[in-house]
Design a protein around this ligand. Structure first.
Ligand code: LLP
Length: 490
């Protein structure tokens, strides 16, 4: 009898195993409520992908509203519980940049979370969803005067200031309006984390934030971060709420968050003592990782929350300060796994590829790689192209008994780098008209989508209690032509 391993291709990356059952939904990439029906079709709360395709077409982002709500609540509950004795709980700001529309903004508010925005456009969505200004934060390294004014118009709970330059601008604008802006300062603690590792460096060479390195200004011993604290306390139009940092994305281990928290608390204590001020808030940013493939191992929110709480508790005790109110800004970890993208398969072809160099003595041997083209691509998921991100895929419209074949799922764009899933085992009989589902596409896929090659951006469907509704409609050709001013105007 053939085993799964007999079908392993030498062209596959080391981490990719042949699934024992190609028809099974592999944990932990899928939203709760996603399953399979008797016909072998993927379903979301009982709705089959063929019904969804029939109603909404493909490509389509299929989001589970129930899963979104429970992941949002899970973060809030886990962090509230872990920090209850430290600062009475945690304010969780959903990072809207990962995916935002008015429906999602309203779920966020209903589940007791706040919303982190980073542009006037995201503020407009928040306003349309009726989110109170006090529950909103505004980020960005280059906020326009219009965006700062809009934040003040909406009485925002916090503007996260990114530079000395911007601090001056916010102070000036608030002062001219006779108002006081609530401000946090974004610091770069020199801690960078990615997936399993973090690195700590003294210096920062990036566009975001105020450096904590002591030689980061021309004045000896003064960091840009301290310069900003001193300046903030001198403006009557600024209320300095506290400090902020964001150390990276797709982070699995809590160590990096813990080191950043320690650094920021030490600095907060020093500044409070030196300038006789109290900074009541500390935001530790987002970046919690999710599973894109079966080998990714994200931690449950409670585990991360407890690790972070332990550090905050002991560091505050060591410094002898009252713990600030902690906030966090998860985006991907709330929305990423709630969604899969549904595509229809079109063209198929198989190429022969030379054996990898590692195969000793296997010169002149070639292996097959099958290209499976789908009806979307880098316009609805730019992450493989931008970040070399790995994804997974499964045949969604039926079960198959065919053997596993190493496949590369590609889009329909005029670009050879237009890859959706670089390496995945799919059944050998996948054919035009089949539907494929790519899980984990809730974060930074629709958000980064484009109209490259004049493709219409897909719609987003939310499923709740077995019913599907469009929360963002797909674009039409008319939408695409709408902004083109036409020949008469040239
Ligand atoms: N807070 C701040 C200040 C951020 O800059 C970010 C992400 C977040 C929170 C949310 O991070 P999350 O929890 O979603 O990882 N496009 C990239 C990710 C860019 C993240 C930018 N900032 C990607 O697709 O991997």
């Amino acid at each position: 009898m053939n085993t799964a391993a007999d079908h392993a291709s030498p062209l596959a990356p080391e981490w990719l195993a042949v699934p024992a059952d190609l028809n099974a939904l592999q944990e932990p990439m899928w939203a709760s409520g996603v399953g399979k029906n008797d016909a072998g079709e993927i379903t979301v709360e009982g709705l089959s992908v063929s019904e969804l395709k029939e109603r909404f077409g493909t490509p389509l982002f299929v989001m589970s509203e129930s899963d979104f709500r429970s992941r949002a609540r899970a973060f809030k509950d886990a962090f509230d519980a872990a920090f209850a004795d430290i600062c009475g709980g945690v304010d969780v700001y959903y990072a809207g940049k990962s995916f935002l529309c008015t429906a999602v903004a309203s779920w966020v508010a209903e589940e007791g979370l706040r919303l982190d925005t980073c542009s006037g456009g995201e503020l407009a969505v928040a306003a349309r969803a009726g989110i109170e200004g006090s529950n909103l934060g505004l980020h960005g390294n280059n906020k326009s005067d219009a965006e700062i004014n809009r934040a003040l118009d909406m009485s925002l709970g916090r503007i996260v200031v990114d530079s000395i330059d911007e601090l001056e601008r916010v102070a000036k604008i608030a002062s001219s309006r006779g108002e006081v802006a609530k401000v946090m300062l974004r610091l770069t603690p020199g801690v960078h984390a990615h997936t399993h590792e973090f690195i700590a460096t003294a210096h920062e060479d990036q566009k975001f934030g105020l450096s904590m390195a002591e030689d980061s200004t021309e004045e000896a011993g003064l960091s840009a971060a301290e310069e900003a604290v001193a300046a903030a306390t001198s403006y009557a139009s600024i209320e300095l709420l506290g400090l902020h940092c964001h150390i990276g994305s797709q982070i699995f281990e809590p160590d990096g968050f813990a080191v950043a928290a320690e650094k920021l608390l030490g600095f907060l204590a020093a500044m409070q003592a030196k300038y006789s001020i109290v900074m009541p808030e500390l935001d530790l940013g987002g970046g919690y990782g999710i599973a894109y493939t079966p080998v990714d191992t994200p931690r449950p929110p409670a585990e991360i929350a407890e690790a972070m709480a332990a550090v905050v508790r002991s560091k505050c005790a060591e410094l002898g300060i009252t713990p600030p109110r902690i906030s966090i800004e998860p985006g991907r970890a709330i929305v990423g796994s709630t969604t899969f993208t549904l595509y229809e398969v079109g063209t198929l072809k198989t190429v022969r590829v030379d054996a990898p160099e590692s195969e000793d003595g296997q010169k002149n041997v070639t292996y097959p790689r099958r290209y499976v083209s789908v009806d979307g691509g880098m316009s609805d998921n730019a992450r493989p192209v931008l970040y070399d991100a790995d994804y997974s895929a499964i045949l969604a419209s039926r079960d198959s008994d065919a053997t596993p074949q190493l496949s590369r799922v590609v889009g329909k764009h005029c670009e050879s780098g237009d890859i959706v899933v670089r390496d995945v085992y799919l059944p050998a009989d996948v054919a035009a008209g089949d539907l494929l589902a790519v899980p984990g596409t809730g974060a930074y896929c629709w958000a980064l989508s484009s109209n490259y090659n004049y493709l219409a951006r897909p719609g987003v469907v939310a499923v709740r209690d077995g019913a599907a509704r469009l929360i963002v409609r797909g674009e039409t050709e008319e939408d695409l032509l709408n902004r083109d001013m036409g020949v008469a105007n040239v």
